[in-house]
Design a protein around this ligand. Sequence first.
Ligand SMILES: [Zn+2]
Ligand SMILES: [Zn+2]
Length: 239
Amino acid sequence: MKVQLVGTGAIYTKYNSACTLINQELIVDMPNGTLKQLLKSNNNPEKIKTILITHMHGDHIADIPFFLKYVYNYIKINNEIAIIGPKGIEDKVIELFTAYRFEDREEIQEFLNVKFIELKEKEHEIELEGYKIKAIQVSHGEEKPAYGYNINNIVGCTGDSGICNGVEKLIENSKVTIADTSLREGDHCHMGIDNIKYLAKKYDKQIIATHLRDTTREELKKEENRNILVVEDGYQFEI
Ligand SMILES: [Zn+2]
Ligand SMILES: [Zn+2]
């Protein structure tokens, strides 16, 4: 499995917003700027067939219309694209098309065979395009439901979340977890360095910090912890 961290930053930083690409064909979240970052890093956005959305904050969904329009207008491959996300994700994508004043949503949706899978249970297991995807509810303040994802029991992505059972389950069942580490000290919306250190020790698993604020990034870089990685945008590894 090839994993690329397209973005590792919180929104008000110079870093790309948190986003993870797997085997160039499955992506977790599509924040502001994703399409541009994929093109800049020589990925072919049209290879993406599965979009996993953790929750509906702008820094996780803003580029969905731009991505769909790009594949439709410029590449013209009528892929089957699946968008998996919390209950209401289909209406939210329609709202984005309306807000951006794009009028060809229906044509695009039909041409690309866009299929939405909406989640509402605590846990879901979905098999798609050869991937075993486990969606697990996490805790992101009033933004409900929010999900983390485990892919093939190898890679976990927590999405935005405070420390909770869902996050622990993701870490326990993944070889590597890409985890929200926005803060110095975690709260009910985001984890902090304190939470990540605790989890890395408890499960003795690799954690890659993401959704980092700049001050958190600098502080975390000083920690010498073999289980916690702080990486730059574009970082890739194979597992
Ligand atoms: Zn959020
Ligand atoms: Zn966020």
